[in-house]
Design a binder for this molecule. Structure first.
Ligand code: CO
Length: 211
């Protein structure tokens, strides 16, 4: 069991198949990556970024964590955003959540799951911001799905509030931040129509005076 043979076998088959359609595919990619998109999504195994939008390796720069959260002190996520925006110069940042997210569901409940509770606390904050609206919904599934959407919208704002994104806009870099949600039940993506593409669209409280 120390070597996962089935995974290596399917890897060989996958690489062979790609090489058959494009013999230079890996050689070209090994020289550089030039993705236009940064995807910030949930770690959930049912939400694989590239496959959902039918993209090949090299086309999307990806960051995933439980419940697709963007926290202003998370060095990991911020480093990904900084590198994607400043070095790779991606044109789009996509925050993609999904309905029925287990992380969001856990944050809605009172049960403790260990260390992850601390991470999910940020989602409890999102709940609190929209408490009246959410409390008014009786159906638990409906409530969960609305919180999944509200969480995406909140994380889009968090991306826009970073000095990295504000700096890019100030310097005239073309950059849009999108909020999407995916349905595991039918494989369909929905645009939440919260796209932001300039500093004029963000709340004054979070504006950073850049040198
Ligand atoms: Co999830």
């Amino acid at each position: 069991m120390r070597i996962l043979k089935n995974l290596f076998d399917s890897n060989r088959k996958w690489a062979k198949k790609i090489k058959e359609t494009d013999p230079d595919f890996f050689a070209k990619l090994s020289r550089q990556q030039n993705p236009e998109y940064l995807w910030i999504g949930c770690s959930d195994s049912r939400v694989p970024s590239n496959q959902i939008v039918g993209m090949m390796p090299g086309e999307i720069f990806v960051h995933r964590n439980i419940a697709n959260v963007v926290i202003h002190t998370d060095l990991n996520c911020l480093s990904v955003i900084q590198f994607a925006v400043e070095v790779l110069k991606v044109k789009h940042i996509i925050v993609c959540g999904h309905y029925g997210c287990g992380g969001i569901k856990a944050a809605m409940g009172k049960e403790s799951y260990g260390l992850i509770d601390t991470w999910l606390r940020h989602i409890k904050d999102v709940y609190r911001y929209h408490q009246d609206k959410l409390d008014a919904i009786e159906d638990e599934q409906e409530k969960l799905n609305l919180l999944c959407e509200l969480n995406v919208i909140e994380q889009v704002a968090n991306v826009c509030h970073t000095s990295i994104v504000q700096k890019a806009w100030e310097s005239g870099q073309e950059l849009s931040v999108h909020g999407w949600i995916y349905s595991i039940e039918d494989g369909i993506l929905k645009d939440l129509d919260v796209c932001v593409d300039g500093v004029h669209e963000i709340s004054d409280t979070y504006k950073v005076k850049l040198p």
